[in-house]
Design a protein around this ligand. Structure first.
Ligand code: CFM
Length: 474
C-alpha cells in the first residue's frame, strides 16, 4: 500500500500513516489510512470536540427545545449558527443560544446554582417552550457539577417541563464522533419510551441520521409520506423532542448517516427489536434504490416506483445538462464523516466528476473503507488532515473544486481553487432528486463563474510559509 508522505511528516513522523494513495488493483482493506485515533500532538487538527458533536450536530437541530450549554460562554457562542439545520418551528432552535456563562469564581466554588438560575430564567423568558436539553462542557465536567441533580430539582419545581441531560464534555472522545455516540445512548437511556405516540398508519418509521441541512430531512419525509408511510420521528433534523421520546413504536429505523447515529438504531434493535435499514438520499440512483428498499419492507413498491418515475422524468434532463459541463472536473471531497462515501461514487457516476482525493476529519476505518472503495485508482485518502497537508495536497493534485467546510474552503480560495460548502451547503437542500440538481447547479456556478477571469491565480505560483498561510508570489 503506497503511503503518501506529506512534508509535515518530517516533523511529525506519526502522521505518515494517515495518508494513502489507492494503488493499482487495491481492494478496500489494503489501502486504509490510520483513522479514528487521538489527534497527534503538534498537528493542528480541524476536528470538532465531543461536546460539539453531541450538541451542535445532534442535539441542537431539535426544534422545540431550549438548548442550554453549561460552561463558559465561548463553547456555545463560537459554535452558534455554524450549521443551517432549519425547522418548521420558525427556526426557534437557530435563533438563540443559551449558556450559563461560567467564570473563574464558579470554577472555584461550583456552578450548580448558576445553572439552576439560568434554567429558570430561560424557561421564564420562553414560556411556550417546556423542553430543555443541557450539555456538559469540559469546565463543568472537571469541577464535577451534578447537572442531573439540578435538572431533577428544576423539573420538580416547575412541574410541567421535561429536561434531557447530555454528559459529553469536549474531552469525551477524540473528536465530535465521540459526542455522537454519547448523545445517542443518553437519548435512548433517558427519553425513548417515555411518551406513547399516536400511530395513524400500518407503515411506521423513524427517519434517523439526517439533520435537515437546508431542508434535507423535509424532502425525504415528503417522499415517505407520499408512499403512505407515517414518520414517527426524525432524529434529529426538524425533530420534535416529544416525538423523539416515542421512537420505540416504529416498525423500521431508516438510517441515513450511519457515522453519527447508527448507535441509537443498534440499541433500538436490541431493546425493542426494531430493524435498521441503511439508505442514501444523495444522487438519483442511490435515492431510487433507497426508496425502493423502504417500500419493499412494507410492500409499497408501486407507490415508490410512481415517485421515482415522476421525479426522474422531471429532474433527470436538468442533471444531465449539468453533468455534460462538469465532466472530467477534478474534485477533492473533503467533508467531516459519512459524506465521503455517500458522495464519492455518485458524483463520478452521475455528474462525471473525477474524485482525486477524499479526506475525513473524524471518520472511522469503516468510513474510509467505503469511501476508498468508491474512488478510482490513484485517489489520495487523508485522515484528520491539517492545514499544511491540505495545501500540499491541493498544490499536488490541482483540483478544480473542493467540497469541504469553511476553514479549508477559505484556504482553497486563496489558492484560486473553488470550494463548495459540504457541511452547510450553498443553495441546498442537496438530498432528493431536485436537491441533487441543486448541488450540480452549485458546482457548475462555482466552476464557471466569470469572476475567475478577474482573479485568476496560478496555483504553482503560490507558496506556503511556515505559519500555514498561503501567499501569492508576485
Ligand atoms: Fe453525518 Fe452529518 Fe457527516 Fe456528521 Fe458533521 Fe454534517 Fe459532515 Mo459537517 S452527521 S458525519 S458530524 S453527514 S456536521 S450533517 S456535514 S462533518 S460529513
Amino acid at each position: 500500500m503506497p503511503y503518501h508522505t506529506f512534508k509535515c511528516s518530517e516533523c511529525i513522523p506519526e502522521r505518515a500513516k494517515h495518508a494513502v494513495i489507492k494503488g493499482p488493483g487495491e481492494d478496500l482493506t489494503s489501502c486504509l489510512p490510520l483513522g479514528y485515533l487521538n489527534t497527534i500532538p503538534g498537528t493542528i487538527s480541524e476536528r470538532g470536540c465531543a461536546y460539539c458533536g453531541a450538541k451542535h450536530v445532534i442535539g441542537a437541530p431539535m426544534k422545540d427545545v431550549i438548548h442550554m450549554s453549561h460552561g463558559p460562554v465561548g463553547c456555545t457562542y463560537d459554535t452558534w449558527q455554524t450549521k443551517r439545520y432549519i425547522s418548521d418551528n420558525d427556526n426557534f432552535q437557530l435563533k438563540y443560544t443559551y449558556a450559563t456563562d461560567v467564570k473563574e469564581k464558579h470554577i472555584i466554588f461550583g456552578a450548580e446554582k448558576q445553572l439552576k438560575q439560568n434554567m429558570l430564567e430561560a424557561f421564564k423568558a420562553f414560556p411556550d417552550i417546556k423542553r430543555m436539553t443541557i450539555y456538559q462542557t469540559c469546565a463543568t465536567a472537571l469541577i464535577g457539577d451534578d447537572i442531573e441533580a439540578v435538572a431533577q430539582e428544576v423539573t420538580d419545581e416547575l412541574g410541567d417541563v421535561d429536561i434531557f441531560v447530555c454528559n459529553s464534555p469536549g474531552f469525551g472522545g477524540p473528536s465530535q464522533s465521540g459526542g455522537h455516540h454519547k448523545i445517542n445512548i443518553a437519548w435512548i437511556n433517558q427519553k425513548v419510551g417515555t411518551v406513547e405516540p399516536k400511530i395513524t398508519s400500518d407503515h411506521v418509521i423513524n427517519y434517523v441520521g439526517d439533520y435537515n441541512i437546508q431542508g434535507d430531512t423535509e424532502v425525504m419525509v415528503d417522499y415517505f409520506k407520499r408512499m403512505g408511510i407515517q414518520v414517527l420521528s426524525t432524529f434529529t433534523g426538524n425533530g420534535s423532542y416529544d416525538e423523539l421520546r416515542g421512537m420505540h413504536r416504529a416498525q423500521l429505523n431508516v438510517l441515513e448517516c450511519a457515522r453519527s447515529s447508527e448507535y441509537i438504531c443498534n440499541e433500538l434493535k436490541v431493546r425493542y427489536g426494531i430493524p435498521r435499514l441503511d439508505i442514501d438520499g444523495f444522487g438519483f440512483k442511490p435515492l431510487a434504490e433507497s426508496l425502493m428498499k423502504v417500500a419493499m419492507f412494507f410492500g409499497l413498491e408501486k407507490e415508490a416506483q410512481a415517485i421515482i418515475d415522476e421525479e426522474t422524468a422531471r429532474w433527470k434532463p436538468e442533471l444531465d445538462w449539468y453533468a455534460k459541463r462538469l465532466k472530467g472536473k477534478k474534485v477533492c471531497l473533503w467533508p467531516g464523516g459519512s459524506k465521503l462515501w455517500h458522495w464519492a461514487h455518485v458524483i463520478e457516476e452521475e455528474m462525471g466528476l473525477d474524485v482525486v482525493s477524499v479526506y475525513s476529519k473524524f471518520g472511522h476505518q469503516g468510513d474510509f473503507e467505503k469511501g476508498i472503495a468508491r474512488c478510482s485508482e490513484g485517489a489520495l485518502a487523508i485522515d484528520d488532515p491539517n492545514e499544511l497537508e491540505g495545501i500540499e495536497a491541493m498544490k499536488t493534485l490541482k483540483p478544480d473544486i473542493i467540497f469541504t467546510g469553511v476553514r479549508p474552503g477559505e484556504v482553497a480560495k486563496k489558492l484560486g481553487i473553488q470550494y463548495l460548502n459540504a457541511h452547510a451547503y450553498h443553495n441546498g437542500p442537496y438530498k432528493g432528486f431536485e436537491g441533487w440538481v441543486r448541488f450540480a447547479r452549485d458546482i457548475y456556478n462555482a466552476l464557471y463563474s466569470p469572476i475567475h477571469q478577474l482573479a485568476s491565480i496560478d496555483i504553482s505560483q503560490t507558496e506556503v510559509d511556515g505559519s500555514g498561510f498561503s501567499t501569492r508570489q508576485l
